[in-house]
Design a protein around this ligand. Structure first.
Ligand code: ATP
Length: 290
């Protein structure tokens, strides 16, 4: 879903110094990234996470907008879930926030700052993305979790693992945090990888989260553990959920239904079910599939 991140991750993998290495890589390749800091962009720290989409229009191809005149006010600490048919633009809407793409028209602000006036580094440091395809590198569990914050101590790593419900798994390994994962070591299941990415996010501790909900089926117990971990993670953070299944978003503060025509409905689960519109049809259709 976040193809640009996958590309960047693949590059970062061979450049342990992260974005600094990535920039050097681009310098070597003599290519300019499409999205760049404005000369006057400022390093803004301590964002609280009040987000506004103001009349946002975007298309991968300027002739064919995917999103048109989108207006959204998202409050600090709110959990907002986006649902709707495949291809409606849920992922696209969220990927504009860390500026993986720039809006064609309109603006997005965080705490009143246009995201274009914030340096990309400080913007992306304060937005955490949890997605289905977790980027893992060959190394120990400790290294992989600490990717969220390279300065974290072992105690902090274990606390993050506990919050992410990964502690038992680590303790079951003879080498604990020193367990090597990846091709030469222990293979992690999809659910364990997701919990590892949640543990990273506890260490990164961003005020804003984007959760790209997994589409692949997990067993009920794993799914419940991941759900609990995500609920803990989203406390006190502004959280945007890209929802592919509706069962996990019932508790979102607000659900926004996006169709190809734009925002079709907004409200919480109960309100939208009572309206008997798109959401209730989607929800009832999924219930019959379960
Ligand atoms: P899904 O539920 O299937 O994930 P979605 O609502 O998240 O769908 P998007 O992935 O945002 O939808 O896609 C919106 C539209 O933009 C689709 O028509 C899609 O084909 C197109 N699109 C998405 N990513 C790109 C891209 N990188 N380049 C060109 N077009 C894209």
């Amino acid at each position: 879903f976040f193809r640009p991140i996958e590309k960047i991750n693949a590059i970062i993998e061979s450049y342990p110094k992260g974005y600094a290495g990535f920039k050097r890589y681009l310098a070597i390749m003599d290519t300019e990234p499409e999205i760049q800091d404005r000369p006057e962009a400022e390093d803004v720290q301590g964002l609280k996470g009040n987000i506004q989409y103001k009349d946002v229009t975007f298309g991968y191809d300027a002739e064919r907008p995917v999103l048109e005149n989108i207006h959204l006010d998202i409050e600090q600490g709110e959990t907002i879930a986006f649902v709707g048919p495949s291809g409606a633009g849920k992922t696209t809407l969220c990927s504009l926030l860390p500026r993986f793409y720039d809006v064609l028209d309109g603006d997005i602000t965080i705490d009143g700052h246009s995201i274009k006036d914030i340096t990309l580094t400080s913007l992306r440091e304060q937005i955490g993305v949890v997605q289905q395809d977790v980027f893992m590198f060959s190394g120990t569990l400790r290294d992989n979790i600490r990717y969220g914050n390279l300065d974290a101590s072992d105690e902090e790593v274990m606390e993050a693992a506990r919050l992410a419900e990964l502690e038992d798994f680590i303790q079951d390994q003879p080498d604990g945090l020193d367990t090597v994962v990846g091709e030469r070591g222990v293979k992690l299941s999809g659910g364990q990888k997701q919990r590892l990415s949640i543990a990273r996010m506890f260490l990164k501790n961003p005020p804003i989260l984007i959760l790209d909900e997994a589409t692949s089926a997990l067993d009920t117990e794993t799914e419940a553990a991941i759900q609990r971990a995500l609920e803990k993670l989203s406390v006190g953070r502004t959280t945007l959920v890209i929802a592919h299944r509706l069962t996990t978003i019932k508790h979102a503060d607000r659900i926004v239904v996006i169709t190809k025509e734009g925002i079709a409905e907004e409200g919480n689960h109960k309100e939208l079910l009572a309206q008997g519109g798109h959401y209730s049809r989607l929800y009832n259709a999924q219930q019959t599939l379960i």
